[in-house]
Design a protein around this ligand. Structure first.
Ligand SMILES: [Zn+2]
Length: 411
């Protein structure tokens, strides 16, 4: 028998149905799809009815399990679509050095940078990584995150990258979306990027596929990391193996990442700080979601991506924390939304869409999550104040209750 739950006494629901209809492009306040004095019915964790309370069909009045949401406003659970949550060690000392003017090259020479996280992550046991990562997942879910993407890329070898993917499988109780980012940096065991990418294609990806550890593959296209020509060849093969692809693109220099993303129909192109009008045009016409990561731009003290140009050209824009120990050691979604509003001049409805439906598109999950509609997962959060207070204060979360698949997971 199906487990049916009626959620009642809802002040309003932001369904995001209009955002879904427009494919996450040219979002306005009307597209938030607000229903006043609403009710919602979930059967086995899937929404089977949603609408104004007074229109609730009589058959649903017999439901025994009723949850009183006490006049909260509901919106879809947040989708955090770009993080590096599984890692070990801190780079706080390096942050202090950087702020005192020590160059990245010098920090790397002193054993800092990505290779220091690599060393710590390789040395940590699966259990240690699991404990560290679960605490981070809890911090996200308390803010209303019900779907969380996380990338590998801090072990850069066979054994420990797989260890990280296996750790991701143990995390919950929200939806975890693992991404393999072996091509994050060149590990010390390899002399050439070509040799390393060949190793990934021959040895690592077949194993990930066999064990069903990830469906997505990411790469860092950047000067002195992986160049666009090599990346394009690599990603084409990755696609042929049946993986979805995503790209760290044009963060520090215009290095061709966005072009590779649109040509190969990547699910997302992330960062996009250095893109010019020609890339903006191509991205706007493509199916690729533009994932902007302004907290990283704040920490790197660099320029912000051209969000308004992207939005006005009709691109689909998502936002995420890029949570990682080096360039974005924060899990605060409000900080990201606030930077998007102040520094990138995104409107509040654009920010809300960017953290729900559009982020779901970046993960290829737009048919399951990202808006509150019949047939979608009952993943939502309740807030006590007005929705206009979202992404306004930093340091405090507006979420007063969080439900995943119809079950309460945080209050
Ligand atoms: Zn990243």
């Amino acid at each position: 028998m199906k487990k049916t739950v009626l959620f009642k006494n809802i002040r309003m629901i932001l369904t995001l149905s209009g955002v879904r209809k427009k494919g996450g492009r040219h979002v306005t306040e009307e597209d938030l799809g607000i229903i006043q004095n609403a009710a919602l019915v979930a059967e086995d964790g899937i929404i089977s009815w949603i609408g104004p309370r007074k229109s609730l069909p009589k058959t649903y009045l017999k439901i025994k399990k009723i949850i009183d949401l006490k006049k909260q406003t509901l919106l879809p659970g947040f989708v955090e679509c770009h993080t590096h949550t599984v890692f070990s060690g801190s780079r706080a000392e390096e942050f202090e050095l950087r702020n005192q003017g020590v160059s990245y090259q010098e920090i790397a020479a002193r054993g800092g940078g990505i290779l220091s996280t690599m060393k710590n992550t390789r040395e940590s046991s699966a259990r240690e990584l699991q404990n560290l990562s679960q605490a981070r997942v809890n911090r996200f879910l308390r803010q209303g995150v019900t779907t969380l993407e996380m990338k590998t890329g801090y072990a850069l070898d066979f054994e420990h990258e797989l260890k990280c993917l296996k750790v991701m499988k143990t995390l919950g109780p929200i939806r975890i979306v693992p991404t393999y980012l072996g091509a994050h940096a060149l590990p010390p065991e390899f002399k050439s990027t070509q040799g390393y990418l060949d190793f990934i294609l021959k040895k690592v990806l077949p194993e990930i596929k066999k064990k069903k550890l990830a469906k997505r593959v990411d790469i860092f296209i950047e000067k002195s990391f992986f160049d666009a020509t090599l990346a394009k060849k690599y990603l084409s093969t990755v696609k042929d193996l049946g993986f979805d692809i995503v790209i760290h693109a044009d963060q520090l220099s215009l290095s061709g990442g966005a072009d590779v993303a649109t040509e190969l129909q990547a699910l997302s192109a992330d960062h996009l700080i250095q893109i010019q009008d020609s890339e903006i045009k191509k991205l706007a016409k493509s199916k690729t979601t533009c994932v902007l990561l302004p907290a990283a731009d704040l920490y790197m003290d660099c320029a912000y991506p051209p969000a308004r140009k992207l939005l006005e050209a009709g691109a689909r824009v998502a936002l995420a924390t890029d949570f990682n120990p080096g360039s974005s050691p924060t899990q605060d979604l409000n900080l990201v939304g606030l930077l998007a509003r102040i520094k990138m001049k995104m409107t509040l409805p654009e920010v809300i869409a960017a953290y729900t439906f559009n982020a779901a598109c970046a993960l290829g999950l737009e048919n399951e999550i990202g808006s509150l509609e019949v047939g979608k997962s009952a993943d939502f959060m309740g807030i006590k104040g007005n929705w206009q207070e979202l992404f306004y204060s930093i340091g405090v979360s507006q979420a007063s209750s969080v439900y995943f698949s119809g079950q309460q997971i945080s209050e």
